[in-house]
Structure formats: structure tokens, C-alpha cells
Design a protein around this ligand. Sequence first.
Ligand code: COA
Length: 698
Amino acid sequence: MLDNFFNPNSIAVVGASRTPGKVGYDILKNINQYGYPGMVYPINPGASEILGKKAYPSLIGVPGKIDLAVIVVPSKDVIEVIGQCGTKKIDSAIVITAGFKESGIEGSKLENELIRKAKESGVRFIGPNCLGMIDTHSKVNASFAAGMPARGGIGFFSQSGALCLAVLDRALPDEIGFSKFISMGNKADISDTDIMLALAEDENTKVILGYIEGVGDGRKFMEVAKEVTKKKPVIILKSGITSSGAKAASSHTGALAGREAAFDAAFRQSGVIRAHTINELFNFALAFANQPLPQGPNVVIITNSGGPGILAADACDKSDLKIVSPHKDVVDELRTFLPTAASFYNPIDILGDSGADRYEKALTTVLKDEKMHGIIVLLTPTAVVDVDETAMAVVNIAGNTDRPILTSFMGKQRIGSGAKTLLRYNVPNYSYPEEAVSSMNAMYHYRVWINRPEKTYPQFHDLKSKAIHIFEKAAEENKERLTDSEVHDVLTAYGFTVPRSLFARTSEEAVAAARGIGYPVVMKIVSPQVIHKSDMGGVKVGLDSKKAVENAFFDITTRVRNIMPAAQIYGVMVQEMIRGGKEVIMGITKDAQFGHMVMFGLGGIYVEVLKDIAFRITPLSQEDAHEMIRETKTFPLLRGVRGEAEADIEAIEKSLLTLSRMAMDFPRIIEADINPLLVRKRGEGVVAIDARFAIGGE
Ligand code: COA
């Protein structure tokens, strides 16, 4: 896939410049100087030769076939050059030129024209507004980056050219090996998903790394990522988390930054590993590119000092990794050669006077314990230890085991050459123990992802037909919200239990309704304009007598009328009062890029303060529903604390899956909240106490 980009037999640089320091000059220079073996054609109307290569006035005049055109002419000329690509049957181009969507309305128009022209001409292109592309294996450096990374297994794509440069600069001194470097620019044609698919097929790429600010088609991104992550790890750094970050992202390349919850859910549901900093992106990439995956969560730490060992163990505790004690036989063997003051359990502290031999023996011994799935070796550069020798000892052992070994030789000056040795022989070294732990944890998560069984999606019989008339009628009337009774009907159509309710226009009717339902009751205002009823004083609970109901009717209607004089008050809803149980919230929201998501949170009215919520993009699998409940920090409250009975967690799962079905059935739902959903004891189900539905669009 995209072969002419990564492995072209010939390249034309349109806008190759005679002037050193110009972008068109540097690109040609890069293609020449890193050993590209194919034909290179500089295109420049004013030159006969540039950097020793015969130049041509236009693409059309080039005698041979051209596989790839690198376009670096001013923006006003780009479209014409794309047309020439079509005439010359060049199907692949990289548009370096800036001045498109990222620069405003005129630029956006130009970009649309570029897209149209490229389609018409049969040209696929990377960019515009990009730095170019590097393939270390085919020796193509069609970029204006300063330098060429070493050959290796990391395939990197980035929406930001600057980040490409930063990553490259960081990679060069340590000779970190890359297969490909792709600066995506505005992604007007070739997208993240195209690149992920190409890198998934590329035999030189072991791990896929990406930096994105947003994705065009969220659903497609997930679909592709799900397939790709089955074959290779995909690690992505996504910016635009904070609102100011999001603003910068949209003015940067004009990308519409997606909402963070949606990205988190999308990454999680498609097996993408999310890095939160550039450093983390690197750390994870080094681990995945160089070491085998752990088979399980058990990690053993070998250290020559107590503090770092404890830091590493603490970091493991906060992750999904486990610190388990070595097998008794292993401990017995450790005792035969370690000083008595050593610590034989995990972390294994071999003490500050350790040399390379002690490290070697300790490592060899712990590897005899089959239940240790990964090893983290820590070293503080004492005067006694020979860092280089120790690095070689670790390297030799790592080369002969199928279990991952990560190291944290701490410091800078004294460990410099040792750290280089480690990396040269595929053992990533991290500046701090926590980084080694988080990288091991990422590898463990990926192992779990590739081992997990196929997800199961529940089968629903037709629920849609029971509610479709409600949504159709609402659409005809251009309603933005469903009324209380419509909400009631939709919820019951989808099998939710709702409190028994009767509508009352007068206080006499309210008393009759309360009598019919049985005291105590709840009373709620019914008005199309009142959305947050309790904020308006429109809800009264625990009404246990005729008098209380009469007073409440008067009270509620007067208060709402005072606060919102224009509101139409239809009457009140008298409702069965449900007691006991725990309050949770669940709902549906719609993300611009990923579509519908289902949300779950604990805490009822406190949910906005606690923000202890989890999201999944629809359709939800059984596993998604199971996991998202357990993802919330307050989940133990549902299990029951201090002798409380366990809540009906299964019923919550079922409700989440039902909401997911509902969202799939009715794309016009913009937002829905069931808040609170009262969860009773295990086996007793849930009751949707209150709900709201906002609808519209399509
Ligand atoms: N066909 C062929 N060659 C052409 C041409 C055309 N249609 N139009 C111009 N050229 C030649 C020029 O003669 C010049 O060569 P010379 O220096 O030997 O005279 C060369 O191409 C460059 O043209 P010039 O007009 O000098 O442009 P420039 O170098 O100042 O700028 C870009 C061109 C593309 C670099 C600039 O428009 C641009 O987009 N810069 C930003 C790039 C960027 O930052 N990308 C994103 C990175 S993340």
C-alpha cells in the first residue's frame, strides 16, 4: 500500500531551488545525500542543473516515468502542478507547501480545489503543509528535516511537522531506529487511517507511533485501528485535551479537535495505547520496538538501592502490574550468593556494593521463576559498580530470554555509555524507574488486548417499533425535547422500569392521583419550558397526605410561575415515591467525530462535581458495559461498603446496553440523561426516576 510513496523508483522535486537554505533546495539535498538509489528529477523553469542533477522546466518534459512528486512550489501553483502529475500519470505526491486550510477561509477554498483536482487527476497526496516523508529502508528522505534517523522498527506519523523535528532530533543522538517518518500536514487526502493501514502491512515497521490533533472520520478511525492493533501496537499522542489546547489545535491545522472523553473511549475500544506526553510516546515506543511482550502482569525488580526499588514498586501498585514474591527455590538460590543484608523478596535489593557479576547472577536466578513475566533492573551509579560491564551483562541475558527486560540506570554522566550499550542491544533504558514501570504496563495492556476474546454484542428484539412514532411525531413538530410523557413512553418501550405516574391538572386531580398510587408520592412540575425541574423548585418528595399534596401543588405551580412567568404550566406529575437504592446516572451524548456515546456515572446530583464517569462509543459490547462501570472510582460503593448489600450491577449493565441500542435506533437523539437511575439490591433491578431527551439534526 502507498508503495510509490515509500519505495519509489524515481522522484521529482517540483520547485527544487538553486538557493541553499530554501525548502526546495534542502529537500533535493536530503534526497541526494542519504543514498537514495533511484532517479531524481529537479523541476525548475529557470535551471538546467541543481545539485548535480539535470533539471527540467516542468514535469511534462521529464523523459522517464516518475513514481513520486514532491511539490514545493508557492501555493498558487500547486493545483496546476497536481494537474501535470495527472497528465504525467504520477499517482503519488507530497505537498509540502503551506497556505491552505490552516491559514483561513481563502486557504480552505484552495485546499478544496486541491482535493478536487487531485481526485480528477488520479493523484493521492500527503499534506499539504507538511515537512515531507522519510523511509529509512528505501533510503528516501523527501523532507526538509535536518538529519536522517537510523534504520529501525518504529513507524511514526505526525500531524505536526514541528513534532516530527523534535522526535527526530531526540532520536538522532541515541540512534533510535525508525522505519518511516511521515509528516501528515493538513491530511487533505491521505489520512491517519491510510497511513496506519500502510504501516500495518509494512514488514519493516514493528510499532506504529502517531501524533494527532484530531481525526476526520472517528468511526472509520476506530474500525481501522481495531484491525491494525490486532497486528501491531499503535501508540498515539493526542493533543487538544485542555480547552486552550483544543483552541490551539484548531487554529494550528484547522482540525476540529474531538472531545477528550470520545478519544479516550475510542482509543480504549480499538486497542490504541494512549501516550500523554512526548516523553511517554518515546518511552513506550522503545519498549515495544525492542522487547517482547510480557505474558502476564507479574514483575520482578532488581535494584542496588532501596529508594528507587520502592519507587518502582509504588508505580507498579498504581498500575495493573503485580509485584509478587519469587518462588522459594529462587529465594534459596539468591541466598547462596547475595550478602545477608540483601533483600530477597520483591524488589530484590542486591545492595550498593554490587558489581556486574552480582547483577548477572541475580538476573539469571530470577529468570528461573516462570511466574515472573517481566523484569525491571535498576541501577544507581555507585563508585563500586562498573556501569558498562553491568549493561553488557544485562544485554547478554536479555538476548537469551523471551521475557521483557527494561532498565533504569539512573543519572546521566556516569551511566551515559552504559545506557547507549543497552539501547544498542535492544534493552531500553529509562531515566527514572517509574518510566520503566509505565512502559512495562503499556506492554502488558497490549498483551491483554491481543489476547482478549472477540467482544460479544447482545441481541435485542425489536424495541424500535414501539417508540418510533414518538420520535417521528417529535420530528414533525420540530421539537428539541421530548415531553415527560414521551420520555416515559420511550423508556417503557425499551424495558426500563419507571415509577408509576399520573398527570394532574388541578390540586383535586393531584390528590386523586396520589390516592390511586398510594402515599407517599413525589410531585413534579409539567412544563415544556422547565428542563431542570428541581432547580426551579418544581419537585417535591415525600408527600404523605392529602394536605401535603394540595400544598405542594400550590407551592410548585406558584414558584415556577414566579421564576419563569412565560412558562406554560400544564400541571403536575404525581409519582410513586421509590425509596432505597443507590443513585447513578447514565445517558447518551453525541460527539461530532465519533457519534453516539453512552455515559455512566455514580453520584446522582453530585455527578457534575465528582466527574466520576465513564464513556463508550456505541455500539456497546457486553464487555464495554462491564468495564465502564468498574472504571469509575466509586465502583466499590455499588459492591457495598461496611456491610451494605451489593447493588444490582447486572441490571446497570443491561440498562447501558439498552441505551446503546436506543442510540443506534434513533440517530436523532442528541443527548439523553437518566438521572437518577435508582439501583436496588442485587436481583431487584433499577428504576429510572427522571430522564430528559434532547433531539434534533438529521
Ligand atoms: N514549477 C517549478 N518550479 C517553480 C515553480 C513551478 N511552478 N514556481 C517556482 N518554482 C521554483 C522557483 O524558481 C524557486 O527556485 P529558485 O530558488 O532556484 O529560483 C523555487 O521553485 C521555490 O520557489 P519560490 O518562489 O522561491 O518559493 P519559496 O521557496 O520562497 O517558497 C514554499 C515555496 C513552498 C517553500 C513556500 O510557499 C511554503 O509553503 N513554505 C512553508 C513550507 C512549510 O512550512 N510547510 C509545512 C512544514 S510543517
